[in-house]
Design a protein around this ligand. Structure first.
Ligand code: SER
Length: 333
């Protein structure tokens, strides 16, 4: 009896935020990038077309405009995001705006502005309007002093890129806002995300996407990482599912606010071998550049057992599945 009423009480608390409607209303910042477009598509399938506001500072394609609500929003302009949040009665904030590792090193002041100041604005809005907040973190939040194989959720984090530093900052500040103000902050550390129809914005793991385009175009690929550089990776659909899953998990089920998530780990040579099953003549060579140093400081294998235990994280796609999906999509084009 007591247990039943406790369950009812918890369900009421969980539902309270959306008591005037059955689905959350969601604002995605930095939404025109690799993750935002497929994430908006999935969330609209789940919660309805009108439930998701996609925002960014770039001009959207006609196709994107047809998919649902799109609004201009610069995360450096707090008032502008605030207006969007209020006018659209936003419940969930998904903050994707960020410069990735390689481009961040090329423009450190911009990376500091966007990745750090932008995050401050979003945290403040999540606090003020009691939004559930998701901010992605990364394998780049670790550094040369972290254990690399495997890398657990909790260990030393001393990243050497501005991208990594800004993401550790977001993790810590998000957790602080959770403990201090009760902000329902959720954060996943992603590996390299592989997708066919949307492109990443200048990361160290991008080779694992470029390689497919070159395999089809020229039959060979010169990689900017050494052939034996092992990094954790994930197919885009698994990444999107991980965001949906953690956002849907009741707050009291989360035993921590920041989780590693992973699906597979491979080297450029191993990826080339998997590609050769489809394109036997494909050849890979390597000419390492400044990204090699970044990759050498990152996890080789990500330990994500807490995500698997606490909220049933369970990726579906392995290396062969990823290669098959990439070719299926790119060859259709
Ligand atoms: N894909 C990202 C990068 O390489 C890692 O989070 O920067």
């Amino acid at each position: 009896m007591l247990f039943k009423s406790l369950v009812r009480h918890c369900a009421t608390i969980y539902q309270r935020r959306f008591n005037h409607r059955s689905h959350p209303r969601i604002l995605i910042t930095g939404g025109c990038g690799q993750l935002g477009v497929p994430l908006a598509k999935r969330l609209r399938e789940l919660y309805g077309r009108e439930s998701v506001v996609l925002s960014d500072i770039v001009r959207p394609s006609d196709e994107l405009l047809e998919q649902g609500i799109y609004r201009y929003a610069d995360v450096l302009d707090l008032k502008q995001v605030q207006e969007l949040l209020v006018n659209n009665q936003i419940d969930w904030l998904i903050h994707l705006s960020a410069l990735l590792s390689a481009v961040g090193e090329r423009d450190v002041p911009l990376a500091m502005k966007l990745n750090i100041e932008g995050t401050h604005n979003i945290l403040e809005l999540a606090r003020k309007y009691k939004c559930r907040l998701f901010i992605p973190s990364t394998i780049g939040a670790f550094g040369p002093d972290s254990p690399r194989n495997p890398t657990p959720d909790f260990c030393i984090q001393r990243p050497r890129t501005i991208y990594g530093v800004s993401k550790v900052h977001a993790e810590l500040l998000g957790e602080y806002f959770h403990h201090r103000y009760g902000v329902d902050f959720r954060c996943l550390r992603f590996p390299g995300i592989i997708s066919a129809d949307t492109k990443p914005g200048g990361g160290t793991t991008d080779y694992a996407i470029e390689i497919f385009h070159e395999a089809l175009k020229t039959g060979s690929y010169k990689c900017y990482l050494r052939g034996d550089t092992r990094l954790p990776m994930m197919w885009i659909d698994d990444c999107i599912q991980s965001i949906v899953s953690i956002m849907e998990t009741p707050s009291n089920q989360l035993k921590q606010r920041t989780y590693n998530v992973s699906a597979m780990s491979f080297t450029p040579d191993e990826l080339a071998k998997a590609i050769q099953k489809y394109k036997p003549k494909f050849r890979i060579s390597s000419e390492p550049d400044d990204r090699q140093k970044i990759a050498d400081s990152w996890p080789e294998v990500f330990d994500d057992h807490n995500a698997r235990e606490h909220w049933n994280w369970n990726p579906k796609v392995d290396l062969d599945g990823l290669v098959q999906r990439m070719f299926a999509y790119l060859e259709k084009q």
